[in-house]
Structure formats: structure tokens, C-alpha cells
Design a protein around this ligand. Structure first.
Ligand code: NAD
Length: 409
């Protein structure tokens, strides 16, 4: 199933419970604008590589559009559109004043030099700068992009529009970035996992966790979950997986990853394939890499009791149904990974006010917003007797729908 079919299937499940008219469904699902551009890149050896870049702006009823930029070989129209719609529901679930967007370039960054990565980023901004901006659409990091890429985006955007750090978030702290943005998505995943355990009257201390993906989100989720007393017993990246039943030393693994740029061959654990991670014998499974990894083929083999969707769109609807039948509780992406966009919002607010918040303030405001989103989603799930995913979609779609109707066409 494609990413867009997955996102639309979840939308329809919630829309059925809400009794949304077909006109309203079409209006809310249809993106406002889809931009597809040529990104011509001169490689270090002098040859020209012609890449394709995307920006899909899905909805702006609740504010300027917001969403990450993904540089990955699997980026295409369908995936970007699906991820843009998720951003509209996600910003509404945590009730921050944004709409949803997403973008990316179909490229394998592992095959680019630093100079090539900088040139491709700047060229992409040249092509889309007139449709983005602090009051229109604000990009942020996602898979394959980081604070350095955001710094280049800001610098290139400012060549056209003048000083304007709020045009992009996830920037380095030395260049108008916010303390706590880099850790925010992973920390939010950890905080929400603990909140879910408390809600279930279970102790997170000693819980065994498997995390697929050890990039920005996976590594920070691992770090904070360990600090909360949980044990990460399995993890992986695109190159391979690791298992250690006693618990992987995450601080050591982060040091190893900084040096080797992979978790593969880490001496403190046994090697397994990166797909075996998904069926590891753990309490909590955290997909934190690509979409569609939990599907009809492997859902029956998942042994975790909780799936926390740190990645976007990691669970296909068939797998979601199997999890529900098997009483595996899924904390959906549009809530579980909303810590990143929430602290991006704080960064944007600070940039616009030319004022810097302390890390403690960033963390406590984030915790407050995530707790409010969690409580609202759980209340809807209990009242309407639906899954946490359907409840989160009801909350997100409802807030976007009401803003649309109140503003009028
Ligand atoms: P990243 O590029 O920093 O890391 C991605 C990780 O996934 C890497 O460890 C990579 O090796 C691994 N990976 C890639 N393909 C894999 C595969 N086939 N099997 C196993 N591992 C694989 O990206 P990130 O920012 O950590 O994003 C991870 C996920 O979290 C994405 O789905 C992204 O959309 C989502 N997300 C990110 C943010 C954010 O703030 N960065 C916010 C919300 C959601």
C-alpha cells in the first residue's frame, strides 16, 4: 500500500466516526498546492545530476504551513503528499497555530560530498523560495537533513528576502536555532511512552525497548528512555541491527555512531538484520526510520505490547487492524512524534521575538503541550470507543475542519 493510501485510509476511518460529508472529506484531503521542481546539481567531478524536489502544502486553515524536508532515495509525489497531510493533523492534535506541509528531494545523501549536499540544498531553495517563508510555509529537518542543511536554507532564503531566521526551524543553536530542538522529537517520544505507561498503570523502569533507526529521533528516544530506567535491548539502522538482552549501553553506542556513522559492528551487542528488530522480544517497539515497515506480512510476529510510532506512517492499515485484534496498543505518529514540530514552533516564536528561551522552559512547555494532546486523545478514544489513532485523527481533522468552516471559503 502506498503512503498516501495509508494516510487516506486512516483519514476515512476517522471521518466515518465523525460522520463527515463527502464534500468536506474531499476539501480536507485535497492539498492547496503541490510544487515539483528540477534541482540541477553540479557534482564534484564536473558531471551534472538532475534531481527532483517537492514541496506539498496541504492546509493553512490554522496558520502558516509547517513540515520537514526529507532527502532520501524513496521520496516521491505520493510520499510527500501523504506526509504533508499528516502534518496538518499533527499540528492540530498538539494545537499549535500551523497548517501542514512536507517536502523533499529524491537523493541518497550518503553518496553526496558535503559540498554537493550544500549545492543541492541551495539550488532547491532557489526553486521554492517564493512559496515558502515565515508566514507561509516553514521547513524543518526530517530524514537525511539536519541543522547544517537548515542553516544553508536560511542563508539562501535571506539572499532573496533579507534577514529572516523564522523562515526555517531546526537551525544550529549558534545560528538562531532553539535549545532543545535537536532532541525534541526523540525526547517527546520518550516522554509520551512514559505517559502511556503511567496511564496503563505500568512501570517504565526495566521495560525492554526495540528501536528501528538510530538517527536523530531514534538515538534521542533511546537516550531519554534509558534515563527513565527502560532498557533498549535492540536497535538498528539502514546497515544492520543489534541485540543485547542485558540492555545496550546507549551512551557508548551514541559515541560509536558519532565516529562510524552507523550502529553496525558495535562491539557491545550481537548483530541481527534490521528487520528482525521489529519482531524482537520486547515490551515496546519504536519504529523510528522509514514508513510502511509494519505490514500484513510481519504484524502477527510482532511481540511488543506497545508500538510507539516515532517514524511517520510506519504502520500500514492491515497491520493496524492486526494490532488491534491482538490488543497491541499503538501510539500514532501524529501524536507520538509531535515533539519535533512543537519545539520548531517554539524556535519560530523565539526568532520572531528575538528572544531566547532557556532549555528548562523549552522542555517544560513541550511536556505541557504533549500531555494536553495525550489526554485529549485518550478521552476521545474512551468516549467513542475507538483506537488512539482514530481518536487522534478525529481531534486533528475536527480542529482543521472547524477552522476551515469558521474562516469560510
Ligand atoms: P535520520 O536521517 O536522522 O535517521 C534515520 C535513521 O533511519 C538512520 O539511522 C537510518 O540509517 C535509518 N534507516 C533508514 N532506512 C532504514 C531501514 N530500511 N531500516 C532501518 N533503519 C533505516 O532521520 P530522523 O530525523 O531520525 O527521522 C526518522 C523518522 O522520524 C522519519 O520517519 C521522520 O519522518 C520521523 N520524524 C522526524 C522528526 C525530526 O524532528 N527529525 C520529526 C517527526 C518525525
Amino acid at each position: 500500500m502506498s503512503s498516501l493510501e495509508t494516510a487516506n485510509s486512516y483519514f476515512e476511518q476517522a471521518a466515518d466516526v465523525m460522520g463527515l460529508s463527502s464534500n468536506m472529506r474531499t476539501l480536507l484531503k485535497t492539498p492547496l498546492r503541490e510544487v515539483k521542481v528540477q534541482v540541477a546539481l553540479e557534482m564534484d567531478d564536473g558531471h551534472i545530476s538532475t534531481l527532483i524536489g517537492y514541496r506539498v502544502q496541504h492546509d493553512k486553515a490554522r496558520g502558516p504551513m509547517k513540515g520537514g524536508l526529507r532527502f532520501h532515495p524513496e521520496v516521491d509525489d505520493d510520499e510527500v503528499q501523504a506526509l504533508a497531510t499528516l502534518m496538518s493533523w499533527k499540528t492540530a492534535v498538539v494545537n499549535i497555530p500551523y497548517g501542514g506541509a512536507k517536502g523533499g528531494i529524491t537523493v541518497d545523501t550518503h553518496k553526496l560530498s558535503a559540498g554537493e549536499l550544500e549545492r543541492v540544498t541551495r539550488k532547491f531553495v532557489d526553486e521554492i523560495h517564493d512559496v515558502i517563508g515565515p508566514d507561509k510555509d516553514i521547513p524543518a529537518p526530517d530524514m537525511g537533513t539536519n541543522a547544517q542543511v537548515m542553516a544553508w536554507i536560511m542563508n539562501q532564503y535571506e539572499k532573496f528576502h533579507g534577514f529572516n531566521p523564522a523562515c526555517v526551524t531546526g537551525k544550529p543553536v549558534e545560528l538562531h536555532g532553539a535549545d532543545g530542538r535537536e532532541e525534541a522529537t526523540g525526547r517527546g517520544v520518550a516522554v509520551l511512552t512514559r505517559t502511556l505507561f503511567e496511564h496503563q498503570k505500568r512501570d517504565l523502569a526495566g521495560a525492554r525497548i526495540a528501536i528501528q533507526g538510530f538517527g536523530n529521533v531514534g538515538s534521542f528516544a533511546a537516550k531519554f528512555l534509558c534515563e527513565m530506567g527502560a532498557k533498549v535491548t535492540a536497535t538498528s539502522d539502514a546497515h544492520g541491527g543489534l541485540v543485547n538482552e542485558e540492555g545496550i549501553d546507549i551512551a557508548e553506542l551514541i559515541r560509536y555512531h558519532d565516529e562510524h556513522k552507523t550502529v553496525k559492528d558495535f562491539p557491545g551487542a550481537d548483530a541481527v538484520s534490521n528487520t528482525e528488530i521489529l519482531t524482537a522480544d520486547v515490551d515496546v517497539l519504536i519504529p523510528a526510520a522509514i514508513g510502511g515497515v509494519l505490514n500484513a506480512e510481519n504484524a502477527r510476529d510482532v511481540r511488543a505490547q506497545y508500538v510507539i510510532e516515532a517514524a511517520n506512517n510506519p504502520t500500514e492499515p492491515e497491520a493496524d487492524e492486526i494490532f488491534e485484534q491482538r490488543n497491541i496498543l499503538v501510539l500514532p505518529d501524529i501524536l507520538a512524534n509531535a515533539g519535533g514540530v512543537t519545539v520548531s514552533y517554539f524556535e519560530w516564536v523565539q526568532n520572531r521575538q528575538h528572544f531566547r528561551w532557556e532549555l528548562d522552559r523549552v522542555r517544560s512547555e513541550l511536556d505541557r503541550i504533549l500531555a494536553a494532546g495525550f489526554n485529549r486523545v485518550v478521552t476521545i478514544a474512551e468516549e467513542k470507543k475507538v483506537s488512539l489513532r482514530v481518536a487522534a485523527y478525529i481531534l486533528g481533522i475536527g480542529r482543521v475542519g472547524r477552522a476551515t468552516v469558521l474562516a469560510g471559503l
